[in-house]
Design a binder for this molecule. Structure first.
Ligand SMILES: Cc1cc2nc3c(=O)[nH]c(=O)nc-3n(C[C@H](O)[C@H](O)[C@H](O)COP(=O)(O)OP(=O)(O)OC[C@H]3O[C@@H](n4cnc5c(N)ncnc54)[C@H](O)[C@@H]3O)c2cc1C
Length: 337
């Protein structure tokens, strides 16, 4: 049987990969979306399904999981072949086509490839305090999978970035009390998120560091804090849960062993104005792409996606007109009429 040839293979089913596949389907291309994990949604699904997203156009505070549900609906309006639990292990080029090999040994052929693999495998940055490792899952957490787990509990959040600040205000609405512990007096978060934190009842322990965390006989955690500039000034707080939010570290081994080796910049791929990597026909968007001034934000990736798709189409079908606008189509209940 003759092997199917896709116009575009999108590798990575995070939010940007999902939108890229949708936009490619809107332009009536034969498309396959390949994702390692069992569910789509990338970092949003894996790391912050309960967090509110405020900075994507059209949504002014949508829970991560609800946002991915909306992207999923959009993804299913036009035909897209979706392969989950499938990791791409190699891409090779021959006779003007790309051959994509997956972990199971299956091969697929595509005219062009758009890489949306993010920054590779990621894990939370751990708190470096003796004995805390043993308390993970017993009061110490790195993830919030369900806000209701913290209902009526006394919680502390360690960290001062966007995610820690948003989490503190969000959990404060259900928790009995919320304390945020940060090494600096200022928070590295969106200005309005910081304003919200300042106006809330969240207790701020700043500029302070955590010296020790011990579990008491009643199951609560005793956290000893010290002033960052003076170890001798300490205080203690008692909480039910400590949520550590020191960011994530990633290690991008995505292209290890691939036949084609697009030029990398740190953990991402160098791209030009068309989002093309150093390998003609291979594009990268979302967190997987790098250029001067790049920010790793969903909104930025959503802007890059149509550029990459349209450039890919110009490559394999130079005579095709477009892109036009899709305003003449009527979509009802997620289906094209
Ligand atoms: C805690 C936290 C909070 C954040 N909050 C916000 C926010 O409020 N607003 C905002 O705009 N951004 C936020 N971000 C950043 C945002 O999540 C990323 O910019 C976004 O997820 C990038 O999407 P992506 O699709 O490019 O990559 P990712 O979401 O990283 O998805 C990449 C996907 O590719 C898959 N993959 C990787 N390698 C392979 C392979 N070889 N084969 C098949 N699949 C593969 C992975 O499994 C993953 O699902 C936040 C990030 C974090 C960590």
């Amino acid at each position: 049987m003759k092997q199917e040839i896709y116009d575009i293979a999108v590798i990575g089913g995070g939010p940007v990969g999902m939108f890229t596949a949708f936009y490619a389907s809107l332009r009536d291309t034969k498309i396959v979306l390949i994702e390692s994990l069992a569910t789509l949604g990338g970092q949003v699904t894996a790391l912050y399904p309960e967090k509110n997203i405020l900075d994507v156009a059209g949504f002014y505070g949508i829970k991560g999981s609800a946002f991915i549900t909306e992207l999923n609906k959009q993804l299913h309006v036009f035909p897209v072949e979706i392969k989950t639990e499938t990791t791409v292990t190699n891409i090779a080029k021959s006779d003007g086509l790309f051959t994509i090999t997956t972990h199971s040994g299956e091969t697929l052929q595509a005219k062009t490839v758009i890489i949306t693999t993010g920054k590779g495998a990621f894990e939370p940055r751990k708190i470096q305090i003796e004995g805390v490792d043993k308390l993970v899952g017993q009061g110490v957490h790195y993830f919030v999978n369900d806000v209701h787990d913290f209902e009526n509990r006394h919680i502390a959040i360690a960290g001062g970035g966007d995610s820690a600040v948003d989490m503190a205000t969000m959990l404060n609405s259900v928790a009995a009390s919320t304390t945020i512990i940060h090494r600096r007096d200022t928070f590295r978060a969106m200005e309005q998120s910081v304003n919200q934190l300042m106006m809330s009842t969240v207790v701020r322990e700043t500029p302070k560091k955590i010296v020790s965390v011990t579990k008491q006989t009643n199951g609560q955690l005793e956290i000893t804090l010290a002033e960052v500039k003076n170890d001798d000034i300490t205080n203690r707080i008692i909480v039910d849960d400590l949520i550590v939010n020191y960011g994530f570290i990633s290690e991008n081994k995505t292209i290890e062993g691939w036949d084609i080796q697009p030029k990398v910049a740190g953990l991402a791929f160098d791209v030009n104005q068309e989002m093309q990597t150093s390998i003609p026909g291979i594009y990268a968007v979302g967190d997987a792409s790098h250029y001067v001034g790049k920010s790793d934000l969903i909104a930025i990736g959503f802007g890059e996606a149509p550029n990459a798709v349209n450039a890919a189409i110009r490559r394999f079908d130079p005579d095709r007109r477009g892109p036009g606008h899709s305003s003449s189509m009527v979509i009802k209940d997620g289906k094209l009429l």
